[in-house]
Each structure stands twice: as structure tokens, then as C-alpha cells.
Design a protein around this ligand. Structure first.
Ligand SMILES: Cc1ncc(COP(=O)(O)O)c(C=O)c1O
Length: 393
């Protein structure tokens, strides 16, 4: 008789959702004729000076463990950058360097959430934001943004009604992935005030803050502009999007003063530190990369305009203008199953898009198109969609 127990994991892990984007990508396995727009990254390589900084750091032997919270020079550089961006003094001690944005989200939630806690999230949203609470045994209440002809709208009263005294944390990603919804400054103050009154934490996922399409702003409205250092606000950020560094796995958190000690302990038990040579590259990105960030933002504005013009001319297609980010979220009349549709588009049109259902039930019926690519490549994809629509009518 065997005394061995069958392998069992925590129920929270066994019930984790599989990525539906991955499912679509798998359906295209072995096909090199597919135009892929499903992942959330630019196809442009990291600017050369950033790469050069990593090479030089490696050549000079920077390959050992660093401080849990990151190198002092990088924390100082990020603090200076953020203080200028958000118009208030942000201390280097409030910055914790992390091994990616998603790692920062995990650390922040590990620090705040206990099993059974209640979290409110503005959705549809990148699934990692809502799956991390699930991994930690917390419950997520979803409040959806709604499409309007000129952008996505958040019903703030509905959000405030969902943030009751039992809620521990509000998760908010603005500009949002996948919709490009961007929080209004006036809504931001009301939300902060409400959370302050109830003692509710806010994790603000600001990874697309520089990729706003509002020409009057250097970054999208952020809680960091108006919050006090002691507020229960953690800003999460990443080098991935604005600095074209997805594969480098580097990010940061801005947390209330004093918390960096606790967060440093958590970093110790998760990854211990971000790699030293990657931190060296990150410093050059934040210090010298402004021109590249602005160029990326301009290019995204152009590709967004191109997409909206061409999708708008296709019968049955509705695209809601994103106010920031690197995606266009759109739907095709009569197509309500986004996963089936995304798989059909692979086989019948050679077009790879992310199914809206990957971002929660509110995204069902929609498709996400990553627009961080060359206009000519986008035009090619749009023509494939146009031909497919004409044939399937
Ligand atoms: C909303 C949002 N937050 C965080 C991230 C994390 O980025 P990374 O882990 O590459 O830093 C992403 C990546 O797609 C994202 O879309």
C-alpha cells in the first residue's frame, strides 16, 4: 500500500485562471504568417544608451546582490524624476526598486492583503491585477468602466458605493490596460478623500502614466500628485512600457515613509533584489530617456489616430478612443464570444489579437489590439481585418 499523498496545491492556485491571450497564442503555434498584436509590448528595441549602460555595468563587475530596496543612486534618480513629474517632493526613501511592475504589484498586495480581505478593482483590467488578490486568498469586487462614443467612463458614485468600510484595498490602473480609460482629476480627489475617510488602501498602477494622449499633461493624473506622503497609497510603476524594457524586469513602488523597511523584508523573501546591472540600465533610462519617452508617446498618438480612422470606416466595428496606453479596445457587431473570434481571426485572417474576455467578463465581446508598432504593420493588419469582414458578411 502506498502512503504517498497525491500532489495537491492550495485551492487558490488550482482555481487560477489560464491566460486566454496565451490560449490564442497557442492556437497560432508553428504559424509564421500571423501578424501578432496580442501581447502588451512595443516591437521596438530598448534605446541603445540604456543597453550600453547594462553592458558597461557587467564589464565592470556589477553582478552581485544589492540592497533589498534598490541601489541608492537609482532610488535617488527615480525620486528626482517623480518629484519633477508630479510637482511634489518624493523622498528616495519612499522608493523601493522591484524586479518588474508585476513584482511590485505582488509585493504591495502581499504587504496589505490577508486571506478573506475584500478588494475593489476598476475593470476590465490586465488580469494580473485581479489574480494576485486571488492567489493571496482575497475577494475581488469588480466595478466596470462603460464605453461612450468618445471614451470610457467611470461611474464614480458606483465605485464609491462599492468601497465600503469592509474593503481593504482599491486597485486602479489608469491609463488602463486594455481600455485606455484614464481617471479624471476631479474623480481622483473624490476617490482619495473617500478612501482616506475609510482607511482603505489604494494601489495605483501607473505603468502607462507617461503614455497619455492629453497634450496638456506630461503624465496622466496620478494619485501621487495630490496625496500626502502618509496616505495609504502605493504607486506601482515599471520600466517596461515607457522605456521599452519589457524583458529587463525592472519596476518600482512609491510607498508611505517608513514602509520601505517592511517592504525590504518582503523583497528579501521574494527576489532579494533587482539585478545590479539592470538597475544601472534603469538609472540611465530615467535620467536620460525623456526624448525617447516623448517620441514613443507621439508615435502611439499617431498609431491610435490611424487605427480609429480605419476601424471607424469598417461596417459593424466600434472602437472606443483610448485616452492613453498602447491599446485599442474594439468590438465587431454580432461577435459576442471573443475567444472564439480571436481564434477564428488567426485561422481565417492571419491576425493575432487578444480576446477581451482575458480581461474579465466585462471585456467579453471585445478585442484588444496593441498599437505599439510601425504604422505600415498596423495598416497590413487592418487590411486583413477589412478583407475578413467583407468575406464573412
Ligand atoms: C496594467 C499593467 N500593469 C503592470 C504591468 C507590468 O509590467 P511589467 O511586469 O513588465 O513591469 C503591465 C504589463 O503588461 C500592465 O499592463
Amino acid at each position: 500500500m502506498s502512503l504517498r499523498h497525491p500532489p495537491r496545491l492550495r485551492p487558490e492556485i488550482e482555481t487560477l485562471g489560464l491566460s486566454k491571450i496565451r490560449e490564442v497564442a497557442n492556437a497560432a503555434f508553428g504559424r509564421d504568417d500571423i501578424l501578432r498584436f496580442w501581447f502588451g509590448e512595443s516591437d521596438r528595441e530598448t534605446p541603445l544608451p540604456i543597453r550600453q549602460a547594462a553592458i558597461e555595468a557587467l564589464q565592470s563587475g556589477r553582478m552581485f546582490y544589492t540592497h533589498n530596496s534598490g541601489n541608492p543612486d537609482l532610488r535617488q534618480t527615480i525620486a528626482t524624476y517623480l518629484s519633477g513629474l508630479h510637482g511634489r517632493a518624493i523622498a528616495p526613501a519612499s522608493i523601493s526598486v522591484t524586479s518588474s511592475g508585476v513584482n511590485a504589484l505582488m509585493l504591495a498586495m502581499q504587504a496589505i492583503l490577508s486571506p478573506g480581505d475584500k478588494v475593489v478593482a476598476v475593470v476590465p483590467v490586465w488580469p494580473n491585477l485581479t489574480e494576485i488578490p486571488h492567489i493571496l486568498g482575497a475577494q475581488v469586487v469588480r466595478v466596470a468602466v462603460e464605453p461612450a462614443f468618445d471614451g470610457w467612463r467611470l461611474d464614480v458614485d458606483r465605485l464609491l458605493a462599492a468601497i465600503t468600510p469592509e474593503v481593504k484595498l482599491l486597485l486602479l490602473n489608469s491609463p488602463g490596460n486594455p481600455t485606455g480609460w484614464t481617471m479624471r482629476p476631479e474623480d481622483r480627489s473624490v476617490i482619495l478623500e473617500h478612501c482616506r475617510r475609510l482607511g482603505v488602501w489604494i494601489i495605483a498602477d501607473d505603468v502607462y502614466e507617461r503614455l497619455t494622449f492629453d497634450p496638456s499633461r506630461r503624465s496622466a493624473p496620478s494619485f501621487l500628485e495630490i496625496s500626502d506622503p502618509e496616505d495609504r497609497v502605493i504607486g506601482v510603476n515599471s520600466f517596461s512600457k515607457a522605456w521599452l524594457m519589457t524583458g529587463w524586469r525592472l519596476g518600482w513602488m512609491v510607498a508611505p515613509p517608513g514602509l520601505e523597511i517592511e517592504l525590504g523584508k518582503l523583497i528579501e523573501y521574494n527576489t532579494s533584489c533587482a539585478p545590479d546591472f539592470v538597475q544601472a540600465a534603469g538609472l540611465v533610462a530615467v535620467r536620460d530617456g525623456e526624448r525617447d519617452v516623448l517620441a514613443l508617446r507621439r508615435d502611439l498618438q499617431d498609431t491610435r489616430d490611424l487605427m480609429l480612422a480605419r476601424l471607424g470606416a469598417m461596417p459593424g466595428v466600434s472602437a472606443i478612443p483610448p485616452e492613453g496606453g498602447m491599446y485599442v479596445f474594439f468590438r465587431i457587431a454580432g461577435q459576442d464570444n471573443s475567444l472564439d473570434l480571436a481564434k477564428r481571426l488567426i485561422h481565417e485572417a492571419g491576425l493575432g489579437l487578444a480576446p477581451g474576455a482575458a480581461f474579465g467578463p466585462e471585456g467579453e465581446g471585445w478585442l484588444r489590439w496593441c498599437i505599439a508598432t510601425a504604422p505600415a504593420r498596423l495598416e497590413q493588419g487592418l487590411s486583413r481585418l477589412e478583407t475578413w469582414l467583407a468575406q464573412s458578411r
